[in-house]
Design a protein around this ligand. Structure first.
Ligand SMILES: NC(=O)c1ccc[n+]([C@@H]2O[C@H](COP(=O)([O-])OP(=O)(O)OC[C@H]3O[C@@H](n4cnc5c(N)ncnc54)[C@H](OP(=O)(O)O)[C@@H]3O)[C@@H](O)[C@H]2O)c1
Length: 326
């Protein structure tokens, strides 16, 4: 079978022909129809994450497909795959076939296609946990928030996978939403209903700092300019850090941060997986009903290098989906 494998840290994956895996007791063989290409896969493949697989390894922490062999699930059952070290401790989904333990499989509900099943979990759960578990939407008296209607949620990377879901869930909850994008051309990708601000409009961008209105920032981009964005939050408000697409480090100017009195809160979906799992069925039902949307682009195995370059550069329209059998 064909599999993409990382042979050296920080290098692009190679398309290899490898032996098809065989399931053991308690395991299932799944034909992968769609796999997520995510920033987390790249973090693992950098070799700088706290947990590293042995080289060479097959990345892919999420995916969806159909059961080929299992002593629990009937062949042809549609399943999503994620969790318990898939793509890190055990081979991942960037392959035509994968062997996994049954506890990483979830049956896919009718009406949800395999592409969405491969990538929707991450934005749905991350956006929910950022707003509710971490941001405690509607209950932040330190900055005068006693109800969701008092909230002004500012989302960075609002055209991206997680950011666009934060916009949708915050609007559904009843908050005012300001959606930040890096350039004018990304504005069309932001879900309707938010006030969209492009960083190419310097006047509007500097207004955000001059008179901060946000009660909560959900920041998916990170990087060196994170400290500047703290000034967009009202004193006593909070700033939830989700990701680092624009860079993995930031420096705080402590006197000004203390003056702004903004709580910087980490969003850790590995530790808070239970919170995401508790709501994912309800959120997936909204996706199936067309009340929420996850945008994605698809790529064949042979296109993976270009796809990953575009992912790193922030050029993918929504989530990136790999089709291992294409
Ligand atoms: N903490 C957690 O538990 C957790 C869970 C899920 C995801 N994450 C992280 O959250 C982040 C966002 O994930 P995602 O799936 O939403 O990613 P994404 O859609 O690829 O990117 C989100 C946004 O980041 C901006 N961006 C991307 N590359 C950039 C670059 N090179 N320079 C500047 N801006 C860039 C883009 O904003 P514009 O559209 O405005 O250009 C893009 O829309 C990732 O770092 C991911 O690892 C963390």
């Amino acid at each position: 079978m064909k599999a993409l494998r990382i042979h050296a840290w920080g290098e692009a994956p190679r398309l290899d022909e490898v032996e098809a895996p065989q399931p053991g007791p308690g395991e299932a063989l799944v034909e992968v129809a769609a796999a997520s290409l995510s920033h987390f896969d790249l973090t693992v493949a950098s070799g700088e994450f706290g947990i590293s697989p042995e080289l060479p390894y097959v990345p892919g922490v999420e995916g969806a497909g159909t059961v080929v062999e299992s002593d629990v699930l009937a062949p042809g059952t549609r399943v999503s795959i994620r969790g318990r070290g898939v793509g890190i401790a055990t081979p991942g989904t960037w392959a035509e076939l994968v062997v996994v333990s049954h506890d990483v499989l979830t049956e896919i509900p009718d009406g949800l296609d395999l592409d969405l099943a491969a990538v929707a979990y991450d934005p749905l759960t991350t956006a929910h946990v950022s707003l509710h578990g971490v941001g405690r939407l509607g209950t932040w008296p330190d900055t005068g928030v006693d109800a969701v209607g008092d909230e002004v949620v500012l989302v960075t990377g609002a055209a991206g996978g997680v950011g666009s879901m934060v916009v949708q869930l915050a609007l559904r909850a009843g908050a005012r939403v300001i959606a930040l994008v890096s350039s004018d051309e990304r504005t069309a990708l932001v879900p309707k209903g938010a006030e969209v601000v492009s960083m190419q409009d310097p006047a509007r961008a500097s207004e955000l700092a001059a008179s901060p209105v946000a009660t909560l920032v959900v920041d998916t981009v990170g990087g060196a300019r994170l400290a500047e964005r703290l000034a967009w939050v009202r004193p006593g408000g909070r700033f939830a850090v989700v990701g680092y697409t624009a860079g993995t480090s930031a420096t705080l100017d402590l006197p000004n941060w203390l003056l702004g009195d903004v709580a910087v809160l980490p969003v850790n979906l590995l530790r808070r997986a239970g919170e995401g799992n508790a709501v994912v069925d309800e959120l997936t039902a909204l996706l199936v009903a067309g009340e929420l949307a996850v945008t994605f682009e698809t790529f064949a195995m042979s296109e993976v290098e270009g796809a990953l370059r575009r992912l790193v550069a922030g050029q993918v329209r929504g989530k990136a989906v790999l089709h291992p059998s294409a």
